[in-house]
Design a protein around this ligand. Structure first.
Ligand code: FES
Ligand SMILES: [Fe+2]
Length: 331
């Protein structure tokens, strides 16, 4: 357990493990996440799966395997596995596949150009989902990414940390514009903000926007930004644990559509530029900070204590406890 992040390891949840276009049909990819490796593969017909890396037969790395039609084939002795993880065959004459030789597959989803896998330290099945967004004709998200020493609970805390908007992000004004809603694994909040436009070379100008924030577990944050009546930008901030104190943070943006050719893509690029710039301001703070279990909260800080209590649900039950884990939270 890291000193800087005294959490009980990696929280349960849906995490982005790639973009759809990184995994072509018939290919196999290895990714370092969740303190281990995952082997991602896509069958010839397009089914995406993610599995533990080691073959249940004699432990070969399945990242060296290949896709044959709808099956994954291990490179060592040629055992094959279907998309349910079942071992379907061995190359031995007349040999039946051993009963125990099934893959441990992660629950997976593929939405909005994202590959998602569900992590749970105890191997429990997901009891909740992340949304398949209706993009209403908007282009798929464009992405940038960061790798840093942090934790998904720390990066998601940003969505309720209203105090840092003005100081770190240079917002001229930021106010909560609705109640914080905590609804099972979903957290919703809303802000009215005014942002200087110096990042577009217009230092004297500001633009007002309404941000609606939807956090689904600790790995998936959606921000819907309405900029006057001009445009609606959607941002995704996706933190995936590499291990318990390092994350791969992807940030994505898309824009509502404009009739004039090329303007939608331009708005999307400006949106991604803005988001990348904002997150670039957070990154050095996240990298260097530690988690304050007993923060000296001040009036005006926003709903940090409520967020921390909500986040407790994503940790596995402590030994011998009845489904509750003790996390340090503010009183
Ligand atoms: S180790 Fe995979 S088939 Fe033998
Ligand atoms: Fe921030």
């Amino acid at each position: 357990m890291s000193k800087r992040f005294p959490f009980s390891g990696i929280p349960s949840g849906w995490y982005m493990v790639g973009t759809s276009d990184e995994l072509r049909p018939g290919t196999v990819l290895t990714r370092k996440y969740f303190g281990t490796e995952l082997v991602l593969y896509r069958t010839e017909q397009g089914v995406f799966r993610a599995t533990d890396p080691f073959c249940p037969h004699l432990g070969a790395h399945l990242g060296q395997g290949s896709v044959c039609g709808e099956e994954l084939k291990c490179a060592f002795h040629g055992f094959t596995f279907d998309t349910d993880g079942k071992c379907t065959g061995t190359p031995y004459p007349g040999g039946r596949p051993p009963r125990k030789a099934d893959l441990r597959l992660y629950p997976t989803r593929e939405f909005n150009g994202m590959l998602l896998a569900f992590y749970d330290a105890l191997g429990r099945e997901p009891t909740w989902e992340v949304p398949d967004l209706d993009l209403q004709g908007s282009p798929l998200f464009r992405w940038n990414s960061f790798e840093l020493n942090s934790h998904p609970q720390e990066t998601s805390e940003n969505s309720v940390d209203i105090g840092h908007f003005a100081v770190l992000h240079d917002f001229m004004d930021a106010r909560a514009s609705g109640e914080l809603e905590l609804d099972g694994p979903v957290l919703r909040s809303a802000y009215s903000v005014k942002r200087r436009l110096d990042f577009l070379g217009m230092p004297q100008r500001g633009v007002s926007a309404e941000f609606k924030v939807y956090v689904h577990g600790l790995g998936y944050s959606l921000v819907v930004a309405s900029v006057g009546s001009m445009a609606q930008l959607r941002f995704l901030i996706m933190a995936t644990p590499i291990h318990d104190s390092r994350i791969h943070l992807r940030v994505g943006a898309t824009s509502s559509t404009f009739r004039v050719p090329g303007v939608t893509q331009l708005a999307q690029r400006i949106g991604l530029h803005f988001l990348t710039l904002e997150v670039s301001s957070d990154v050095p703070v996240w990298e260097a900070k530690r988690y304050e279990s007993k923060p000296a909260l001040a009036h005006g800080d926003g709903q940090i204590a409520a967020y921390r209590r909500w986040a407790e649900q994503f940790y596995p039950p402590a030994d011998g406890a009845d489904g509750k884990v003790m996390l340090p939270v503010a009183s």
